[in-house]
Ligand binder design. Structure first.
Ligand code: CMP
Length: 138
């Protein structure tokens, strides 16, 4: 059993896709054990994506993440980190396999509907960034 961290991004909440995206997680064996809809501040988004701060797209990424509400979630299941990445599909929707969230819903590499942790270690760090222990209930 693993837990991973997910964000339903503003491009998706704007298009009322929170339920459709969550359904994909549940259909594929992941369980939502924490969830809240928040408006990220610029400082919060900059901190969350700090590893990307030297990338040319950093400003655009932060701007996108604060452009509307997001839904932050903790997903639990067998092999949850890898499974979530499979369900999301490739970062660039043009490369995402059919049936994945990004193939079905993403608009572009920037507006790609979801974020998911890329390792178990980062999953722990990322969920702690948005949730207290007592907000995660398995
Ligand atoms: P995410 O999984 O949230 O992690 C970093 C994000 O940066 C990534 O999804 C993309 O949405 C975004 N990103 C990556 N490459 C680019 C790019 N070339 N232009 C804009 N955004 C990008």
């Amino acid at each position: 059993m693993q837990r991973t961290f997910s964000i339903i991004k503003p491009d998706a909440t704007r298009r009322n896709l929170t339920g459709a995206i969550t359904q994909k997680f549940e259909d594929n064996g992941l369980r939502v054990v924490a969830s809240k809809r928040i408006q990220m501040t610029t400082a919060q988004a900059e901190g969350f994506y700090e590893v990307h701060k030297d990338r040319p797209f950093f400003g655009e990424l932060v701007e996108m993440m604060v452009s509307g509400p997001v839904v932050v979630q903790v997903l639990e299941g067998e092999d949850a980190v890898a499974k979530n990445r499979e369900i999301m599909g490739a970062t660039n929707p043009a490369d995402a396999a059919p049936g994945t969230i990004r193939a079905d819903f993403a608009e572009s590499i920037g507006a790609n509907s979801v974020h998911g942790s890329d390792s178990l270690e980062n999953a722990g760090i990322e969920m702690a960034y948005f949730f207290n222990e007592d907000e995660i209930v398995g």
